[in-house]
Design a protein around this ligand. Sequence first.
Ligand SMILES: Cc1cc2nc3c(=O)[nH]c(=O)nc-3n(C[C@H](O)[C@H](O)[C@H](O)COP(=O)(O)OP(=O)(O)OC[C@H]3O[C@@H](n4cnc5c(N)ncnc54)[C@H](O)[C@@H]3O)c2cc1C
Length: 407
Amino acid sequence: MQVIIAGGGIGGLTAALALHARGIRATVYEQADEIRELGVGINTLPQAIAELAELGLLPALDAVAIRTHELIYLTRNGQEVWREPRGLHAGHPVPQFSIHRGRLQAVIREAVLQRLGPDAIRTGCRLGHFVEDEGGVSAWFFDRTGRRTAQARGEVLVGADGIHSAVRAALVPNEGPPRWNGLMLWRGARDWPAFLDGASMVVAGGLSAKAVCYPIAAGETERSRLTNWAVIGRIGEPGTEPPRREDWSRPGRWEDLAPHVSGFRVGAVDLGALMRATEPFWEYPMCDRDPLAVWTRGRVTLLGDAAHPMYPVGSNGASQAILDARALADALAAAEHPRQGLRAYERARREATAAIVLANREGGPEGVIDAVEALAPDGFADVEAVMPFPEREAIVRGRAGAAALRR
Ligand SMILES: Cc1cc2nc3c(=O)[nH]c(=O)nc-3n(C[C@H](O)[C@H](O)[C@H](O)COP(=O)(O)OP(=O)(O)OC[C@H]3O[C@@H](n4cnc5c(N)ncnc54)[C@H](O)[C@@H]3O)c2cc1C
């Protein structure tokens, strides 16, 4: 079987590796002229790291990432709502990694090139259109100038081409642009003195005004870390168009970010100073799309952000794309016919990821901060008196549903 993968992000590249591990040939077509180490920090959950470990990538990841030790949720004013160990410290067999997105992508890409060969990733190839027939799928790819750069033939086409997926647009022609919730996410990373134990992730504030900070790699000195930060602030109304199109590589402007920086208290680190010292940093409007009722048609399917774009909360963006990749490879390897395999893949992943898209609209696990802030807007002496542990845990573990968040 030959699988055509449109999109060389974390989802597409992991799918190529996972398919190869099951004896299925795959070629990745990426629109960028070269794959550069773009983005800043992301967190990958142990469930996803377990899949990458099975693909033999744990040592390479360990060399460039931070093993996340602890997760701490604070109110905007710095009062602790939740604290839990993560990864190995929480009993998982593998770590949770805080990592630079570009470095995670580079580790997977290197493995693809080594194992599948140098022709397995074709850059400068933007999917233009595709046609399915009884025997397979044909796809045509173009460069920035519109010149045709490749034509591919395979048994399956996987759209791993992100939030603006061309494959999704072909499967769901009238869907329109992503949905914006009126919030902007600014994010950056720079070398900074280590805080707490040098491996902690801190989230302060609820969905409409939030700051996040965690180290993603060793620093320039033993006592510093490459430290990732993010701030979410409201700049528009839900359902309106964002001021600028969603683009993960768009530089942010200090005059836009500055009004949202003050007011966060994260005792362990001077967030304002860290942000002011970071140049450049990036902006991204918080966008997602409604879950699809179907994401497979015949021999064509979707994966990662193309299938289920979600707000980047709860460390799920890259993690869910990696889990999709594993499920796709398993399903195709077990199936008698590619169409049957894609249906099995969709059954394994569509509802599970749709639930995360919807939960993230309520803040995901971090919704517990919203819930506590709503009950005690002026702060508290004892969080237990505001919301007892079992109720906080139910939100963090995703068992409480939206109702609890609206209390
Ligand atoms: C440049 C960039 C920076 C990012 N930075 C962050 C970050 O800092 N923090 C964070 O939480 N998330 C970030 N993300 C998103 C995060 O990587 C994804 O949410 C997650 O990893 C799921 O990945 P994916 O492979 O499904 O999609 P993506 O990572 O979006 O990858 C999709 C890939 O498909 C390519 N592509 C798009 N259209 C076509 C086409 N028609 N033909 C061929 N190729 C196409 C894109 O160039 C891209 O490489 C970033 C994404 C990108 C593309």
